[in-house]
Design a binder for this molecule. Structure first.
Ligand SMILES: NC(=O)c1ccc[n+]([C@@H]2O[C@H](COP(=O)([O-])OP(=O)(O)OC[C@H]3O[C@@H](n4cnc5c(N)ncnc54)[C@H](O)[C@@H]3O)[C@@H](O)[C@H]2O)c1
Length: 262
């Protein structure tokens, strides 16, 4: 029989070397639950010091306690909260090298022409303005240090436009476009990258707030015929947040079970 004893050690060594985040400081927004909590856990598992930024104090603290991270309570729609969060993280953990913009809301599910300005604006405030504010606050430090990774959680809705989710779809399209603009603006100015991901349906509590017919529509569009998992999303974000992801920026990565066609 072939002697396989050398193989596992080699595999472990390679695994340990790749995507290692030791010494890095990551801030994940909306990490009090769902996909954000999963991303924070994955980054912590790879060695990063993680800050759990969420509007819900109990949720942020519970995840931070579990991961040995830092809870930062605030609203990403607030310029002041975002500035205070980054200052707090850098004071407690060190210079921020990874920013994951995950916090997001779907808003009311209804036909576009039935929506109020408030329905539209409230979703843009969290998904688009919130992402803009955190990027704007984090980038100068990353530029000065010559290193940074920003990962924006967009959605397949931002590429395709889901019916009854007009503000959500349009705000996620804004996140994708913001990613492309920033990626180009930062390219060649040190190793600072900005990428987005576009998940299809991932089974989280967010779905509970949506009309069942809207959720069924979205699952029905996935060729793999299933929802994605938080772990699958976290693995992709981990790669994009790593040093190894140094020749990709301004891109939107698919994680949609084959739904995306571009
Ligand atoms: N679940 C899906 O099917 C799916 C699919 C595609 C994209 N996404 C995106 O993934 C991200 C996470 O989704 P999820 O399903 O885990 O959502 P979720 O609702 O379970 O969690 C969102 C978290 O963000 C926090 N948050 C909301 N508004 C905030 C604000 N203004 N300031 C600070 N924190 C705030 C909430 O408190 C919550 O902890 C969102 O951006 C969502 O649009 C989700």
């Amino acid at each position: 029989m072939k002697d396989m004893r050398g193989c596992p050690a080699r595999v472990v060594r390679v695994m340990a070397e790749f995507f290692d985040l030791s010494g890095q400081v990551a801030l994940v927004t909306g990490a009090g639950r769902g996909i954000g909590a999963g991303i924070a856990a994955r980054l912590a598992g790879a060695g990063a010091k993680v800050a759990i930024f969420d509007a819900v104090r109990d949720a942020a603290e519970a995840v931070a306690n579990e991961l040995g991270g830092l809870a930062v309570v605030g609203d990403i729609r607030s310029e002041g909260d975002v500035a205070a969060a980054i200052a707090r993280v850098e004071e407690a953990l060190g210079p921020l090298s990874i920013l994951v913009n995950n916090a997001g809301i779907t808003g009311r599910t209804d036909l576009g022409w039935n929506l109020s300005i408030e329905d539209f604006q409230s979703v843009f405030d969290v998904n688009a303005l919130g992402t803009f504010l955190t990027c704007r606050a984090a980038i100068p430090g990353m530029l000065a240090r010559g290193y940074g990774r920003i990962v924006n959680v967009a959605s397949i809705a931002g590429k395709e436009g889901n019916p009854t989710l007009l503000p959500y779809s349009a705000s996620k399209a804004a996140v994708i476009a913001m990613t492309k603009s920033l990626g180009k603006e930062l390219a060649g100015k040190g190793d600072v990258t900005v990428n987005a991901i576009a998940p299809a349906v991932i089974r989280t509590l967010m779905l509970d707030g949506m009309a069942p017919a809207t959720v069924e529509y979205m699952i029905g569009k996935i060729p793999m015929g299933r929802t994605g998992t938080i772990d699958e999303v976290a693995a992709l974000v981990h790669y994009l947040a790593s040093r190894e992801a140094s020749f990709t920026t301004g891109q939107c990565y698919d994680i949609s079970g084959g739904r995306a066609t571009y």
